[in-house]
Design a protein around this ligand. Structure first.
Ligand code: 0PR
Length: 359
């Protein structure tokens, strides 16, 4: 027997103790569809028309989620690609040769990558005392070279929603484009009274990721734009393919992501996602209170993310006990109530927290 043949097949990470991730167990229909379409490449729609048709439907379904009647866009590899593309479109459509992008300091680090690869200046403004973008601070950083203003609908660390309508006004006044990053929040916020989507503000582009709360298989990000002009600004000629242009950042890409996004949305929008949101929110409220009564400082959850100030030693001991945990930049424990997180698993976590206190 060869060494290769005798090697035990490694198991993927079990979700049981994963409290850090914005990804989750795919919906069963999404898992099945991903396997079925594994060998297709939506980057070549003429050769792989079935997956290309599914992708058009996914964009239209995402339009329902974000309240846009006639969206354009595509299934990206994830939020990083979608955010890079938003910056790239804004840069390509603007006249300046010294472009800058303005957003809150709570922006996901994918914008740092965008600024780096696109040679755009990223200007970050402080957030307010509730971790939301401060509109005046954003406005102060805008000038004639600002090509894009960014707002976040569901921040990575605290799940906060920026004042999207006000940020959109500020962008318009400056003749800049406006992008909303709803990579994580997009499948939660439809069930809240937050003002975050195309019905509430003048938005040019949006990121909304099926592979996070959408319960699609990785890689499935969503890049949504209001007009074809945006995609035209991203497209390059593809002389040796039958189709004549490609607007995506990647070339060959996975049909698994596209097909699984289609299956997950078909199975879950809207009732399944509403249920996930309500369950996640109930868990967040309960867990926040459980940590509070144990004497920890908790950042009140607006959406299913809880941040708790715990000592570094405790964080390390809990990691040692097998919990997969994340920290905010301020060092708080951050728990994301994804669909795989249950009351039982959180009760197990709390029991370990109690053991620490008594040891
Ligand atoms: N925008 C926001 C608001 C995000 O939270 C993230 C990811 C992105 C964009 C980028 O999305 P992709 O990672 O799909 O490109 N935020 C998570 C984070 O940084 C990503 C993550 C997901 C990390 C799963 C760990 C993990 O297991 O925490």
């Amino acid at each position: 027997m060869t060494a290769l043949g005798s090697a035990a097949r490694p198991e993927p990470q079990s979700f049981e103790r994963v409290l850090s991730s914005m990804c989750t167990e795919p919906h069963p229909a999404a898992r099945e569809a991903a396997t079925h379409f594994l060998a297709t490449n939506p980057g070549d729609p003429d050769t792989y028309p079935a997956v290309a048709a599914l992708e058009r439907e996914v964009v239209s379904m995402l339009g329902d989620v974000v309240d846009h009647q006639d969206p354009t866009g595509y299934v990206a590899t994830g939020g990083t690609e979608a955010n890079i593309q938003a910056v790239r479109a804004a840069r390509n459509l603007a006249a300046t040769d010294d472009p800058n992008v303005v957003g809150p300091e709570s922006l996901h680090f994918s914008f740092q990558k965008a600024a780096d690869v696109l040679d755009v200046d990223l200007r970050l403004a402080p957030v307010d005392e509730d971790y939301r973008a401060d509109v005046d601070a954003i406005a102060d950083r805008i000038d004639d070279d600002t090509v894009l203003v960014v707002g976040i609908a569901g921040t990575t660390e605290y799940g906060r929603v920026d004042p999207i309508p006000a940020l959109s006004d500020v962008a318009r006044d400056a003749d800049a484009r406006f992008h909303v990053d709803a990579a994580w929040g997009g499948f939660a916020l439809p069930f809240t009274d937050e003002q975050w989507n195309f019905a509430h503000a003048d938005i040019d582009t949006m990121t909304i990721d099926p592979h996070k709360l959408g319960q699609a298989a990785i890689p499935a990000g969503g890049f949504i734009a209001t007009d074809e002009r945006t995609l035209d600004a991203l497209a390059v000629d593809t002389p040796y393919l039958e189709s004549t242009g490609q607007a995506t950042l990647t070339g060959t890409r996975s049909g698994a992501g596209v097909a699984s996004a289609h299956a997950a949305l078909s199975a879950q929008w809207p009732d399944g996602y509403r249920e996930n949101y309500e369950t996640g929110m109930n868990l967040a409220t309960w867990f926040a209170e459980e940590m509070r009564v144990r004497g920890y400082d908790v950042v009140s959850p607006h959406h299913p993310i809880v941040a708790v100030d715990i000592p570094t030693g405790d964080f390390e001991a809990l990691t040692e006990a097998g919990w997969r945990l994340a920290r905010t930049s301020a060092g708080e424990l951050r728990v994301v109530m994804m669909p795989h997180v249950t009351r039982d698993s959180l009760a197990g976590f709390l029991a370990d927290v109690d053991d620490l206190a008594s040891s």
